[in-house]
Design a protein around this ligand. Structure first.
Ligand code: ATP
Ligand code: MG
Ligand code: MG
Ligand code: MG
Length: 565
């Protein structure tokens, strides 16, 4: 690709509304552009990266024996009624109507559609096992779309679904997919962990999440420093013995770890305008700590309750009496706290019982402010209400538990017969008897991987792509202030030679000065930079620098080709 014929639109300014590095860098590099909340256009540069991830995922799926299909993104209500998920899926399901007032949803996932396909398509145990996958756009009406494509509403997912006669066969394919996922993230150059995950509401017998390690990650994971034990925090807590931890102090505490959110995000979460007064209530109830966010001004009549069970789902609205009944505690409240626009607000979620809590911050945003405390109310650090903390003994008895943050980029599940049974998907066995199939499902957040990789790999100058994900592996930069024909031709011929050797190369022929040109190449994270200049040509060398090298060095054409092959 000749950059003069491409659309590269980098900017220097850090975008004001992007908080985490990956989101800032993707906007600065011109990889994505926001259309509306949680909806992004993939600009040409971003799409090159997205397509590389997609290709790697597709290749590993095919290698693992999965077969590609493509299902509609719009799905009829009737299918979702069969599994009961039309109601149960909650607020993330975007429901739409056609002109005949028939109801549909925009698919957040495809268990129903693939199970329908399988029940029509598969007749005999001889056809099994089968594993179908697609790479396709999903829509989830997330409560808080944020961090750009990291948590978008429309996003690209690879989802696979396997069908089996027996649970043993499901277990085998599950293992194959586990290995395929490990290969995908390894080849994409990511530092990740596969963690044991709770099967939770979906049911089934086994589940693993693939978490890219990053401090900005929304998920908490726990792993042993002396054994292969690794689990997400929910699973680790489910197994942990309930040790009584000292009650958090009622005094206002400094909160170091929770991420700070702007008032705009908090108001988006609460669904109230930023200027409106927000009251926050923390209650220690029978089930532990519950966060209640009050909307409106003075009347405590409508409260949002976030429970662990609804992590990620829409909080329920409950009356004060309902809260009293559910928690054994009458809600007290901090505030009312009038929140002006520019004050950071602390929001985080914990894995204990608390899903989300929202507090008004003082000027520097590090302390909670509060008044009118209920006797039982506590402001507490997220760590204090966890059942497991860094330094606990590992649940497998081997070593010490370490906590880290992760970004969920993949999730595999043994679903068992849940969907097949609800939808009547069966095959005939060798006795001619109808048997309900066993299913597995396997998701990869293709678009999220792009953001997660940047989150994990960047420096002050920009992104640092691993070769496998880079928009181009090599940039050939022309330094040619005097418009010397020999320099231009040498650069062009090197570009063509690399390209013909199958090396994905971009020629920076935009005629920029070295400073801005190099800054762009670093910002967009090209792994290998080659500079062609008059001086170099005289010496018979090119200047080479890997994105992670401290210094550039001079190499001959042969050395360069050998290095980049
Ligand atoms: P999360 O916990 O982050 O909300 P999830 O558990 O709801 O994700 P799954 O249903 O397991 O997601 O979907 C499979 C994969 O799709 C996830 O592992 C993640 O990588 C990706 N994904 C899910 N939601 C989003 C989103 N809103 N934006 C981008 N990618 C997403
Ligand atoms: Mg989710
Ligand atoms: Mg999840
Ligand atoms: Mg998941």
């Amino acid at each position: 690709m000749r950059l003069s014929q491409f659309h590269l639109a980098t900017v220097k300014e850090v975008p004001a509304d992007a908080e985490i590095s990956s989101h800032q860098l993707m906007l600065r590099a011109g990889m994505i552009r926001k259309l509306a909340s949680g909806l992004y256009t993939w600009a040409p540069l971003g799409l090159r990266v997205l397509r590389k991830v997609e290709a790697a995922v597709r290749e590993e799926m095919v290698r693992a024996g999965a077969i590609e299909v493509l299902m509609p993104s719009v799905q009829p209500r009737e299918l979702w009624e069969e599994t009961g998920r039309w109601e149960k899926f909650g607020g993330q399901l975007l429901k739409i109507q056609d002109r005949k007032e028939q109801e549909f949803c925009y698919g957040p996932t495809h268990e129903e559609v693939i199970t329908d396909f399988a029940r029509n398509e598969l007749k005999s145990y001889k056809q099994l096992p089968l594993n179908f996958f697609q790479i396709q756009t999903k829509f989830r009406d997330e409560i808080r779309p944020r961090f750009g494509v990291m948590r978008a509403r429309e996003f690209l997912m690879k989802d696979a679904y396997s069908f089996h006669l027996t649970p043993e066969s499901l277990g085998e394919t599950y293992k194959v997919m586990y290995d395929a996922y490990s290969r995908i993230f390894t080849r994409l150059g990511l530092e990740f962990r596969a963690v044991d995950a709770d099967t939770g509401a979906i049911g089934g017998s086994a589940s693993h999440e693939f978490q890219v390690l990053a401090d900005s990650g929304e998920d908490h994971i726990a792993f042993s420093d002396a054994s292969p034990y690794a689990a997400n925090i929910e699973k680790a807590e489910a197994l942990a013995p309930t040790t009584e931890r000292p009650a958090p102090s009622a005094a206002l505490q400094r909160v170091d770890t929770p991420t700070q959110r702007t008032i705009a995000e908090v108001s988006a979460f609460l669904g109230v305008p930023a200027t409106q007064t927000v009251k926050t209530i923390l209650v220690r109830g029978a089930e532990g700590l519950v966060a209640l966010c009050l909307r409106g001004d003075h009347e405590i009549n409508e409260v949002k309750v976030s429970h662990l069970a609804e992590l990620g789902d829409e909080p329920e609205l409950a009356s004060e009496e309902q809260i009293l009944a559910a928690t054994g505690t009458r809600p007290g409240f901090i505030g009312p706290v009038g929140l002006p626009d520019n004050i950071p607000v602390i929001v985080d979620r914990s894995a204990a019982v608390l899903a989300d809590f929202v507090c008004g911050g003082n000027q520097d945003g590090t302390h909670y402010t509060g008044a009118n405390w209920d006797r039982d109310a506590r402001v507490t650090r997220v760590e204090d209400i966890r059942k497991v903390v860094d330094g606990d003994a590992s649940p497998d008895g081997k070593g010490t538990l370490r906590l880290a943050r992760g970004i969920e980029v993949g999730h595999i599940f043994q679903l068992g017969q849940k969907y097949a049974e609800a939808m009547g998907a069966g095959v005939l066995d060798d006795q001619g008897k109808m048997r309900t199939m066993f299913m597995g499902c396997y998701g990869v957040g293709v678009s999220r991987i792009v953001a997660a990789a940047i989150e994990q790999r960047h420096d002050d100058a920009g992104m640092i792509w691993p070769d496998a994900m880079a928009p181009w592996r090599v940039a050939v930069c022309i330094i040619n202030p005097k418009n010397d024909v020999a320099v231009a031709e040498a650069a062009d011929s090197l570009y063509q030679e690399l390209t013909q050797a199958g090396i994905d190369t971009v020629l920076d022929d935009r005629g920029l000065r070295p400073g801005p040109m190099f800054a762009d190449m670093e910002l967009i994270g090209i792994p290998h930079r080659v500079v062609v200049s008059g001086r170099g040509l005289e010496a018979g060398t090119f200047e080479y620098r890997a994105r992670t090298d401290a210094e550039a060095r001079n190499v001959t054409r042969e050395e360069l080709l050998a290095m980049l092959k």
